[in-house]
Design a protein around this ligand. Sequence first.
Ligand SMILES: Cc1ncc(COP(=O)(O)O)c(C=O)c1O
Length: 442
Amino acid sequence: MASESSTLNDVERTDKRYVFGTWSYQSEVSPTQVVSGDGARFTTADGEEYLDLSGQLMCSNLGHSADRVADAIAEQASEGAYFAPGYATEARAKLGEKLAEVTPGDLSKTFFSTSGTEAVEAAIKIARFYTGKQKILSRYRSYHGATYGSISVTGDPRRLAAEPGIPGTIKAPDPYAYGSTLEPMESIEYIDEMLELEGDTVAAVLVEPIVGSNGILVPPDEYLPRLKEIAHDHGALLICDEVMAGFGRTGEWFGCDVFDVTPDIMTMAKGLTGAYQPLGATIVTPEIADHFEENMFCHGHTYAGHPVACAAGLAAIETYERENLIERARETGAYLGDRLEELGADHPSVGEVRGIGMFRGIELTKSPTERVPFGHREDKVSKGTTVVDEVAARAADEGVYVANMINTLIIAPPLVLTTEEVDEGVDALDIALEHADGAMED
Ligand SMILES: Cc1ncc(COP(=O)(O)O)c(C=O)c1O
């Protein structure tokens, strides 16, 4: 470690010494100091510029220079940075009203928190309070957050170290045509049978409408409508976790808009402020909201509806609207999809290219004829690097930041990305993927 530490600058060394690196063996943490961002690019302390193909953690939907949002934050902070949640503020009221407008169907009343995981925690509690039932059915290839309720309903390997989690969680298979033994529509009938066998004990079915960090899994068109039907047939609510898929990522406002489905409860964070402030939101239908007129809404945080975060949320939504970023994501996303398909055709190590809008995944394989992953679920919680990590590192050598998870490169750039920048990113991936081609089985 001594040799690695000596390559770090003062800030990086101090950070490594005093701050936990998340989801990491601390001996392997080697932070790079970032100093600024502009559009779809950011710059490190040593002057290297990177094109951001993953919007940091799939959250910087507005890019790194959304001045309106920055100004709104400064204005709110100087006018009145914080008031207790029992007071109303203009920023919070207007953002609540705006979310009722941009979310689908009759979703209308919101609880504000400060992160995606808290938005999910609130959704779990609301579903339990409303239905009087306990169980939450979620899926294996999912991530819903790091706090105890959310990590318990998470299916990916980050859950395992936190087990035993909260009681009453059950896991179902996923719509993953490329990697699962079940066809997507078979997996949903399996959920139907699970709900039947659980009896009338399930409060909610919780899904990412398009799975994000677990590989960008887009279900068939009929999947989400059928899931809502199945959930309701069994007296369970449908919760859509839009923390990653929401706010233009798919070329629609929300992932569930792609399938024309309104869930009973929706969670949001990330793109809600374009990552300019930490803000989570859980929005429900009037029917659920009414339940709490005479039943206590037994939930809250000191920073619920923080004025500065709400001002950022409002300015972010105004920015999506003014700059037509949802339509732009659809158009640039179609171009991105075409370019990635071409890229996949050129590389035998690309097993599948999938996704929608500005939400794309490249899954790698060791075999040109079948799915033989380079990265496995256990690698997510093991030491060392995989070939997929190494591909991402090669892309960084080419000036492009791309996130990866298990066996898939996750491409979720700021929605302001231009088609020229798409080309630049694809060129870098083209070079980086040669590493995976070279590591294939003979
Ligand atoms: C779908 C989904 N839900 C919840 C979360 C948790 O959000 P946060 O990290 O803001 O707590 C994430 C984070 O990546 C996510 O992708």
